[in-house]
Unconditional design. Structure first.
Length: 366
């Protein structure tokens, strides 16, 4: 047993947790690290083992899975490295910001996550920039929606009441299925609507000027996603670019051509507003990713993390990703067959996980 947190040097300290135990399983692309005592650690911290595992995944940039009390982080990870990440989780989501006591209750207030200390009574806001906050918020909202009771109706026969209950829980309309799908995957937010136009100076393109250079300079001003959406759309309208042309020729190269991993999630937030869940736009994104892999071969090795990032940020849907993987471009004039195979070989570990998750969700829904 070790103290909570581990930097407390007192053998008689009352707050303790088990030493993290991790075991590496599999080989090749299927290698994974199992957190053998994640449940016991989470119990000692009074936190969900799901949150602990998700935090590991976010910090190391890997996929995680949680089935039958088995908590897994894809890839090979040293137990001590994971223990240090656990220390960070404890610092951010367990310890009181005042007295550093680990006896805290976690509670939501709007989009904010707070800790209420049971010892000193101080309320501390958790770091709002941490990605786990968004995950917990979306999951909490999904559970609230799932547990929400139907509105009272005029008294009817018991048989009719049973039918109403069944219709409520198993609605197969497109909207209902989509809502359940989003809840199961930790997202209950509505698709992003087009923001209002910005009131600042418009983007302009001088004759002979490279649009990618103009957009790159604009993004260096750190605009909000809403401002970027409005101003870039104004520019696209003035230049009579189609949505596909804007995304394929200018926006994606501007955001990701130089270094796709740098500020990935910030740039993905920009991209998400221009994709909006549209199937054609998602296919354009996947085309751009394949093109980037041909221009920067080192990108291929990072594809599982890249695709997972776009999936988590709702830029790409699981159905589109799976279909893209199953049906590579057959025309050798449009795509190099050898490169296409390398891309799909690298992506397989993520697609396998995605298909498994989709199947489990489908079984639970219907």
């Amino acid at each position: 047993m070790v103290n909570i947190p581990r930097d407390v040097d007192d053998e008689f300290y009352r707050y303790k947790m088990p030493v993290l135990k991790a075991k590496v399983e599999g080989r090749g692309n299927g290698i994974k690290t199992v957190i053998e005592n994640c449940v016991d650690i989470a119990k000692a911290l009074d936190r969900s083992p799901e949150y602990v595992t998700k935090f590991f995944g976010f910090e190391v940039g890997a996929l995680v899975s949680m089935t039958n009390d088995k908590y897994i982080v894809n890839g090979r990870h040293d137990p001590e490295d994971l223990a240090k990440i656990l220390d960070l989780f404890i610092e951010k989501f367990v310890l009181c910001g005042g007295c550093r006591n680990p006896e805290t209750n976690m509670f939501r207030k709007g989009d904010k996550l707070n800790l209420q200390c049971r010892a000193c009574g101080k309320a501390t806001q958790c770091d709002p920039t941490n990605r786990l906050i968004s995950y917990i918020t979306k999951k909490d909202e999904g559970e609230k929606k799932a547990n929400k009771a139907p509105k009272p109706v005029v008294a009817q026969s018991s048989a009719q009441d049973e039918d109403d209950d069944e219709d409520w829980s198993l609605s197969t309309t497109k909207e209902a299925v989509e809502e359940r799908r989003r809840a199961l995957f930790g997202s209950t937010e509505k698709p992003v609507e087009k923001p209002a136009a910005s009131t600042g100076a418009k983007l302009t393109l001088a004759p002979g000027q490279n649009p990618v250079d103009v957009l790159s300079k604009f993004f260096k001003t750190n605009p909000s996603p809403e401002e970027a959406f409005a101003k870039i759309n104004e520019l696209a309208t003035a230049q009579t670019w189609s949505e596909g042309t804007l995304l394929r020729n200018y926006l994606f190269p501007c955001l990701f051509a130089n270094d796709i991993k740098k500020d990935f999630y910030k740039k993905a937030a920009y991209l998400n507003l221009f994709v909006k869940g549209d199937v054609k736009q998602q296919k354009v994104v996947l085309y751009c990713i394949e093109k980037l892999c041909s221009l920067v071969p080192a990108t291929v090795a990072n594809l599982p993390s890249i695709l997972n990032g776009f999936y988590c940020e709702e830029v790409l849907d699981e159905e589109i990703l799976i279909q893209w993987w199953k049906h590579p471009i057959a025309d050798p004039k449009r795509a190099n067959p050898k490169a296409s195979k390398a891309i799909r070989d690298s992506s397989k570990v993520f697609i396998d996980w995605l298909q498994t998750a989709a199947n489990e969700a489908s079984e639970e829904e219907f």
